[in-house]
Design a protein around this ligand. Structure first.
Ligand code: MN
Length: 324
C-alpha cells in the first residue's frame, strides 16, 4: 500500500548537516525545499537538492516564495513579465532536477498578530480578527477587483503551465489566507472550494492536468461552511488527482475571528481528515503547516515542528491501522 508522506520544509540557506539530521531523527524521508533568490540559480539548485537527497530525503516539492507570491504577477502590474520569466526559469531548473511539484499563485497571508491565549497554552499563535483586517487601508495603489485578479491569473497560467508541463512539473495552488473575498485593497483568488473548481477548469483549458491543489486544511477550516465541506471537498479533489500536498492544520473556530491551535485543540477533529486521506489512498506529501511562535529557550521552531509532525504521524498511523 502506498502511503502518504509526512514532510517538513528546508530553507535553501539551512540545508546544514545538523538540520538534515534533525529531519531524519523524526523518521522523515520526505521534505520540500524553499529556495531564496540567492540560491535560485542552476548551480545552487542542483547543489542543494543533491545535498538533501544524499541525506536520504526525497524532495516532493520546491519553489521560491518571493517569486511565486510576487504581487506584480498576481495583481497584473506592469512589470509582471520580468517576474514571470524568473519564476518560469526556476521551475525549469526544478523540473530538470527531478522535483515533481512546484508552486503557483496568490498565496496571500494576513493576520492581526501573534497572541498568547488559553487556546494556545500561552504560546504565541497566529490570530485573525477579520473586522480589524477589513478596516485596513489598501496596500496597493489601485484596487484590484475579482475580475481583474482572475484575468491576471489567466495571464500567468498561459505562461506558467506550458513551461511546467515541459519541465515535467505540476503546480500546487494554495488558498488565500484568511479565505475572504476582498481585503487590503485587492481580491482573493481562492476563498472557497468553488474558486478551486473555477481555477482548475481555467487551467485545464490551457494545459490539462498541470494545475493542482495545496490542500490547506487550515484555510478550509478558517472559512468553515463558507469555504466548503472539508471532508467531501478533500475526497472530490483526491479522486480527481488534484491534491499535490496537504497542509494539516487546525484553528480555534471559523471566521470572523480565529487563532491557530495545536492539531488536537482546534474545533475540527483532525482524525476525520486522516481517515479520508487513508480511505482515498492519498499518497502524496502531508505537512503540519504553521506552528506557534515559541521561545528559543523552549526549543523554538524546531521543537514546535517536531511536536506537530510527531502528532500528525501518530494520527496517520492510527488511521492506517483502523482502515486496514
Ligand atoms: Mn497552508
Amino acid at each position: 500500500m502506498k502511503k502518504m508522506k509526512p514532510q517538513l520544509g528546508i530553507q535553501s540557506s539551512n540545508a546544514s548537516d545538523e538540520y538534515l539530521q534533525y529531519l531524519r531523527q523524526m523518521g522523515l524521508t520526505h521534505c520540500f525545499v524553499m529556495f531564496s533568490n540567492e540560491h535560485s540559480n542552476h548551480e545552487d539548485v542542483n547543489r542543494i537538492l543533491d545535498r538533501v537527497r544524499r541525506a536520504g530525503l526525497t524532495v516532493d516539492d520546491a519553489g521560491n516564495s518571493f517569486l511565486y507570491k510576487h504581487m506584480s504577477i498576481h495583481l497584473g502590474l506592469p512589470d509582471r513579465d520580468r517576474w514571470i520569466d524568473q519564476y518560469n526559469a526556476l521551475n525549469r531548473l526544478l523540473g530538470q532536477a527531478g522535483v515533481p511539484v512546484g508552486y503557483i499563485g496568490n498565496s496571500r497571508v494576513s493576520h492581526t498578530g501573534y497572541f498568547a491565549s488559553d487556546a494556545t497554552h500561552g504560546a504565541l499563535g497566529r490570530t485573525v480578527q477579520m473586522d480589524e483586517i477589513l478596516k485596513r487601508p489598501p496596500v496597493v495603489a489601485k484596487t484590484v477587483d475579482e475580475d481583474e485578479l482572475w484575468a491576471a491569473f489567466q495571464y500567468l497560467l498561459e505562461r506558467a503551465l506550458p513551461v511546467a508541463k515541459e519541465a515535467g512539473m505540476r503546480l500546487a495552488l494554495h488558498p488565500s489566507d484568511p479565505p475572504y473575498p476582498m481585503y487590503e485593497g485587492y481580491a482573493s483568488l481562492i476563498y472557497n472550494s468553488d474558486c478551486y473548481r473555477r481555477a482548475l477548469k481555467l487551467a485545464d483549458a490551457i494545459e490539462p492536468g498541470v494545475l493542482g491543489i495545496k490542500f490547506c486544511c487550515g484555510c478550509w477550516l478558517e472559512g468553515g461552511d463558507r469555504f466548503g465541506d472539508i471532508l467531501s471537498d478533500l475526497r472530490e479533489f483526491i479522486r480527481a488527482g488534484r491534491v499535490l500536498t496537504v497542509h494539516f492544520r487546525n484553528v480555534s473556530c471559523p471566521l470572523p475571528d480565529f487563532t491557530e491551535t495545536l492539531a488536537e485543540d482546534g474545533y475540527f477533529d483532525m482524525m476525520q481528515i486522516m481517515r479520508v486521506l487513508v480511505e482515498e489512498g492519498y499518497d502524496q506529501a502531508i505537512y503540519p503547516d504553521h506552528v506557534f511562535r515559541t521561545d528559543p529557550m523552549t526549543g523554538g521552531d524546531l521543537a514546535a515542528f517536531a511536536y506537530a509532525v510527531g502528532y500528525m504521524k501518530g494520527l496517520m498511523d492510527a488511521a492506517y491501522s483502523e482502515v486496514r
